[in-house]
Ligand binder design. Sequence first.
Ligand code: NAD
Ligand code: TYD
Length: 351
Amino acid sequence: MKILVTGGAGFIGSTLIKSLLKNQSHSILNLDALTYAGSLSALADVKNDPRYQFAQIDICDQPSVAKALYDFKPDWILHLAAESHVDRSIENPKAFLQTNVIGTFNMLEVARRYYEDLSGAAKHAFRFLHVSTDEVYGSLGKDGLFSETSAYDPHSPYSASKAGSDHLVRAWATTYGLPVLVTNCSNNYGPYQLPDKLIPLAILKALTGEPIPIYGNGDNVRDWIFVSDHVDALQTVITKSNIGETYTIGANNEKTNLDIVNCICILMDEIKPNPNGAPYSDQIQFVTDRPGHDKRYAIDANKLKNELGWEPSLQFEEGLAKTIAWYLENQEWMDNITSGDYQNYYKEQYG
Ligand code: NAD
Ligand code: TYD
């Protein structure tokens, strides 16, 4: 399969590309604008693979996207490029509307024209998989789970822009017959995640001896999935699902934010004790809550399990230990982000 991945220099996209390339019959075009969130360093191991190409393109630039797509002629498009962080969306919503809504619209327009020109086996095989979030469903109370039938009720500029993109994708299927799939996944964690998200931020702050900020009283709940389990689920969906389906993806790991940060502190106390002898949890600081902070996310992934046979492979404790170990072994990567040299670092190293 020839696979176009948008946002392939991001946290999930880079993990996906490395996993797809393990299949010798796949070749990949990674289309990414390299925003603050894009890092080619995550793809250093595959950059010389003849089955891998990179194109620095903004998905809002329709002519460049069209040229890349018609030159590469993909069988599948996996669309991950997005502005992805809720706090940034509160500070600068426009970038989220631009990339997540207009950018997705561009991808759909180019894909639909390309699809209309296909014929035979290529037309039959073509898929557009839109990678989205469970945050489009809003917030749960104490009970219940999000599933494919949950109503849309987004609260943040990020989730509203992703909800808008999900609706566009389905409209392009209904109106133009584009063969789409949509996935809505819970919070990911793992190597190469930027420290604007809770888990890497807590690891980084613990290491630098700074306060670990917890919004509000820390009882908001997220349902965590290790990034490679999400990536496996995406590959399961694109290879096995019927056209037009939606799947919610999660690994049944609900935790409060305070529990997550405490788990991180305890594991770090064991693996790399604080030089001053104090437990890392002493650094926890409760700070002003995020505006519109969703209380609880939790996923029912039974459709994916029952219809397509996918199940997560990693227990949370194992995934978190792997993640912490990775950050400890890759402090240079983290230092380059925090010193502001991040963009320069990978441009120098990887061209
Ligand atoms: P990320 O922020 O780490 O990566 C996003 C990537 O998209 C970056 O490489 C960035 O350079 C690229 N990008 C941004 N704007 C672009 C543009 N205009 N044109 C081209 N490229 C652009 O995000 P992530 O965590 O890897 O998330 C990937 C996708 O998965 C997103 O669509 C996100 O909404 C979705 N998702 C993420 C999570 C999560 O917990 N991280 C959970 C569910 C769904
Ligand atoms: P985050 O990683 O930003 O993901 P999302 O907002 O998409 O769920 O945040 C996860 C949870 O952690 C969320 O409830 C907000 C909270 N949080 C903090 O308490 N402190 C922080 O510094 C950050 C970044 C997040």
